[in-house]
Design a protein around this ligand. Structure first.
Ligand SMILES: Nc1ncnc2c1ncn2[C@@H]1O[C@H](COP(=O)(O)OP(=O)(O)OP(=O)(O)O)[C@@H](O)[C@H]1O
Ligand SMILES: Cc1ncc(C[n+]2csc(CCOP(=O)(O)O)c2C)c(N)n1
Ligand SMILES: [Mg+2]
Ligand SMILES: [Mg+2]
Ligand SMILES: [Mg+2]
Length: 334
């Protein structure tokens, strides 16, 4: 696409003007994307929570995924980290490193996807950077959230005896990824679509997350895999965990696809890309959590307990109490 007046390619600043400035217009701190940096304060009773996650084509998404889906996943994975801290979305910055082959149609779809999710989640673009790359599409968001002073929920507050809870359902995205790779055939159209959708458009728990402040002893979001991420929580909390795998919530689609296949079930527990909240709370928090779940419409399921044991050790048992044999705990880039 070319500039309407000059007929030339838009260029770096034309692209910023057309696609990114509109995304920043509702946030005065962005200074219209016309300055060297953003400037914003936070209300006196709040603290800023800052998180960054990057995505690379071929590693986090498929190069031919729709730009709207890519935008949604980029923003939502970062919103999930805010939710895991108990923070409400506030603003974000964006870095795009795009091969020269990426045209404006792609950018238009990407910006539209960001715009839709900005409205959905109540967050605005505050700034960023646009560069070209000789490599694959590489994107990064830094998200800023607000939490009551001192209220951020850490990974390290879990104590032996606490119950372990997870929101929503686990494993859909990992099964969706196998479908996308062509390694898993799912005949039922609606089940296939549901699993692929969870891969491409996770549901960050932005409403429930902030409500965990003062209720959860520890929290994180499941990006690498349920078992791996519970391991991270346990490492930081200096304890171990016991998961009753029969309690792990699965969607109807996932349940149908897993059937009685142990390898597929293991994939659900370790495949990652779930962006659900995994948190711990004392036994007596269960009624409050049930109320919160009813109020927010987000399922919250108890799946096990923190126990004394080697820090970071996670055991998962089947309904008969036998140890599950998991080939891996979760995703590791290296
Ligand atoms: N390159 C880096 N420089 C500084 N800190 C980093 C870097 N990579 C990771 N971290 C920090 O390490 C911790 C764990 O990072 P990690 O990326 O695993 O968390 P996450 O975002 O919750 O998980 P995921 O990336 O799988 O979504 C975080 O505190 C993060 O800020
Ligand atoms: C094409 C393609 N291949 C593999 C995956 C799976 N995957 C990639 S990174 C990651 C962990 C979270 O990332 P990070 O730790 O970098 O935040 C997972 C589960 C995918 N989504 N798309
Ligand atoms: Mg990260
Ligand atoms: Mg996280
Ligand atoms: Mg993350």
């Amino acid at each position: 696409m070319t500039h309407p007046k000059t007929g030339k390619a838009l260029g770096e600043f034309g692209r910023i003007d057309r696609y990114f400035k509109p995304l920043a217009s509702g946030f005065p701190g962005a200074r219209g994307l016309a300055d060297d940096a953003a400037v914003f304060g936070v209300p006196p009773d709040r603290e800023l929570v800052v998180t960054t996650d990057a995505m690379v084509a071929g590693v986090h998404f498929f190069p031919d995924d729709s730009p709207g889906d890519i935008a949604a996943k980029l923003l939502r994975t970062n919103l999930s980290d805010l939710a895991a801290m108990g923070a409400a979305p506030y603003a974000y910055t964006l870095v795009t490193a795009l091969p020269k082959s990426v045209g404006e149609d792609w950018l238009a779809g990407f910006a539209a996807g960001l715009g839709e999710d900005q409205a959905r989640f109540g967050i605005a673009l505050a700034g960023g950077d646009s560069v070209s790359t000789a490599g694959p599409i590489t994107l990064s968001v830094t998200a800023f959230g607000l939490v009551p002073k001192g209220g951020a929920v850490p990974r390290w507050g879990g104590r032996p005896g606490d119950r372990v809870f997870v929101t929503g359902t686990v494993g859909d995205a990992a099964l969706g990824l196998q479908i996308a790779f062509g390694k898993l055939e799912v005949a039922d159209d609606s089940a296939r679509a549901a699993l692929l959708r969870r891969l491409r458009r996770p549901d960050p728990r932005t409403t429930l997350g902030p409500r965990l402040v003062g209720l959860a002893t520890a929290c994180l979001d499941v990006s690498d895999g349920l078992i791996a991420d519970l391991g991270h929580l346990c490492e930081e909390s200096g304890c171990a965990a016991a998961v009753e795998s029969g309690r792990v919530p699965l969607s109807c689609a996932a349940r149908a696809v897993i059937g009685t296949d142990p390898a597929r079930f293991a994939l659900a527990l370790t495949g990652g890309d779930d962006y659900e909240l995994l948190f711990t709370a004392p036994e007596d928090a269960a009624p409050a959590l049930a109320g919160l779940s009813a109020e927010t419409g987000v399922p919250v399921t108890a799946i096990g307990r923190l126990v004394d044991g080697p820090a970071g050790n996670v055991t998962a048992t089947d309904p008969q109490g036998r140890a599950l044999d998991l080939p891996t705990r979760g995703w590791d880039h290296f």
